[in-house]
Design a protein around this ligand. Structure first.
Ligand SMILES: [Zn+2]
Length: 247
């Protein structure tokens, strides 16, 4: 089996045995790769004594022989540890949330370079900035767009008419978009949306100037959409959503 080389960020790490780790990577050219790093917990040069979540490096791996099997990680040469992230706990948890969503919504060996670059940039931003909810919101929107699950934030999913950003409306995950007030009674699964939240979802570039409350409302809506799509709410989702609401 031919070895592949890539740049990757580590999304998840589980200790597998006394000496090995199961490492889920997000490679720039490879997409998600679930690997076993044999001997990675021993102090060895090729893994530098262990691989940490949310670090980036040059990797060499041998692809899995079947969909159910793990790839074998041959090398992980650390290039960026995002040290500032580890000094900002709220930011670190937001980064873990993002990593989990990427691991959940992407497929093995299905590359998404734009998402990789946005994620890498988000980790750099979270290493230095103090409004993690903005970085998280923008990354969530990029993720949904890149994996083809972006809702329509402009037109009603039921009647196709434009939904103005100065009106109350609804969001339906199952319909993947906004629902206008006229159509609301036809759709059971929906969440109410105020005009400010609709405006930020239609124009995410305005997020840095928006109130924290509005950014969090938009993030929580995306979190609801993710939960509906995944059919589950994970621990880190619950934890981060509570954490961001604390002053
Ligand atoms: Zn409608």
């Amino acid at each position: 089996m031919t070895a592949l080389k890539d740049q990757a960020v580590c999304l998840r790490v589980h200790n597998y045995s006394e000496t090995s780790q199961i490492v889920t990577l997000f490679g720039r050219a490879s997409g998600r790769v679930r690997t076993i790093a044999k001997g990675s917990r021993r102090a060895r040069a090729r893994f530098g004594g262990g691989i940490d979540m949310l670090t980036a490096g040059h990797v060499v791996f041998f692809p899995a022989r079947s969909a159910a099997a793990l790839a074998v990680l041959g090398e992980f040469q650390l290039t960026e540890s995002f040290a500032g992230l580890r000094r900002r706990l709220r930011n670190l948890y937001c980064a873990q949330y993002a990593a989990e969503m990427i691991a959940e919504f992407t497929e093995d060996l299905d590359p998404h370079q734009k998402l990789y670059d946005a994620f890498y940039q988000a980790l750099q931003d979270l290493s230095h900035q103090d409004r993690p909810e903005i970085t998280l919101l923008l990354l969530e929107l990029t993720l949904l767009r890149e994996v083809g699950l972006a809702p329509d934030w402009h037109n009603c999913a039921a009647c196709s008419r434009p939904v103005a950003h100065d009106q109350n409306a609804y969001f339906s995950s199952g319909s993947s978009g906004l629902i206008c007030r006229k159509c609301a009674s036809k759709i059971t699964e929906k969440r109410p949306l105020n005009p400010r939240t609709i405006k930020i979802l239609q124009n995410p570039q305005t997020a840095p100037a928006a109130l924290t409350q509005t950014v969090l409302d938009a993030h929580e809506l995306l979190s609801y959409h993710q939960r509906q799509l995944l059919g589950k709410q994970t621990k880190i989702m619950t934890f981060v959503n509570q954490l961001l609401r604390k002053k």
